[in-house]
Design a protein around this ligand. Structure first.
Ligand code: COA
Ligand code: MG
Length: 296
């Protein structure tokens, strides 16, 4: 099990922020070469990145690098260069077709066969354009390297012609069709769906409310743009101890009922169906992964 509750985006040209991200509690660090890095320093940033990363210790965190989008003149050499930093994953922005993922997959295979990296690099794709949403089913099933789809709300709003001047809490709800469609595509392909950034990084209450709604829908995590968002996101995408306890009770009662040849069970005077058991089993797996099993 790989937890992707929080993914912290870090501008690739800020050694200070890269250093800070390594010390953070984020499950995944996404080093950005795209929108947060000015065109004038893009080549310098990617060329210096492997040496900078060699001096930092990211511990158990998943280390991902977001390359520039595939229609820019940067993407190909971004990949060739950043593979030297031995990342766990490559993030493709503005993914619009299965061919986008296949292109990165093949290039990674070629680089790996040439001796680059120490492991099979995985891919995460950002769905943030109208074409990306329309092709999301094919994108989700396009490569065995693909582990997650991420919803990119800012570019999605720009691409679909939204008329927005300031961030409000209605915006995520407004994008419910695209977010749900991506969530379904990810679930059908057996990969993670990650919800979009919450740009107002000073508003912890708004972030918590939106993260909790995303977690209830089935998103596995959310992007963060600021270290202050990580704790709220990690908490929101982790069941509470009470939820874990209830899940354990349900699974144990279910296993006992099965042994006794009973097909259905009741807890607290409510019937527990197979679907509820599946949710509880996933929560139990997470509790074990987090080392909480003996405490619940
Ligand atoms: N990763 C790591 N460290 C970060 C960070 C990030 N994404 N964002 C801020 N920090 C650090 C700052 O360097 C600062 O460190 P210090 O206390 O050692 O000085 C500390 O956290 C507090 O930062 P703060 O002063 O509140 O914010 P800021 O004005 O420096 O930065 C942003 C605000 C929005 C510019 C910055 O958070 C950022 O660049 N975020 C990422 C943007 C991005 O990745 N965009 C592309 C994806 S949408
Ligand atoms: Mg974007």
């Amino acid at each position: 099990m790989k937890l992707r509750r929080s993914s912290l985006s870090v501008p690739g040209n800020s050694v200070k922020m890269l250093t800070k991200s390594a010390e953070s509690q984020a499950d995944c660090i996404v080093i950005d070469l795209e929108d947060s890095v000015p065109v004038s320093v893009k080549e310098k940033t990617r060329n210096e990145l492997p040496d900078i990363l060699r001096q930092l210790n990211f511990g158990q965190k998943e280390l991902a690098i977001r390359i520039n989008s595939l229609t820019t003149g940067f993407a190909h050499m971004d990949l060739v260069q950043v593979i030297k930093a031995d990342p766990d994953a490559i993030v493709i922005p503005k993914a619009e077709s299965p061919e986008d993922v296949i292109y990165v997959d093949r290039l990674l295979t070629s680089l790996e066969n040439n001796g680059a990296g120490t492991k099979m690099v995985t891919i995460q794709a950002i769905i943030e354009t109208a074409r990306g949403v329309q092709s999301v089913d094919e994108i989700a099933g396009s490569s065995r390297r693909l582990t997650a789809l991420i919803f990119g709300i800012g570019d999605y709003l720009a691409d679909t012609g939204a008329r927005i001047t300031a961030w409000t809490d209605e915006i995520a709800a407004m994008c419910i069709y695209a977010r749900s469609r991506m969530l379904l595509a990810a679930a059908a392909a057996g990969i993670d769906a990650i919800d979009s950034v919450y740009p107002d990084f000073k508003d912890a209450d708004g972030l918590r409310a939106e993260s909790q709604k995303g977690a209830m829908m089935g998103f596995k995590g959310k992007w963060a743009i600021h270290p202050a968002q990580i704790e709220v996101i990690n908490e929101s995408f982790t069941p509470t101890m009470d939820e874990f306890r209830r899940a354990k009770r349900m699974v144990q009662a279910y296993e006992k009922a099965m042994e006794q040849g009973k097909g259905s069970i009741a807890i607290d005077d409510k019937m527990i169906d197979e679907a509820a058991i599946k949710i509880a089993q996933k929560q139990c797996a997470m509790a074990k992964h987090l080392g909480l099993w003996d405490q619940i």
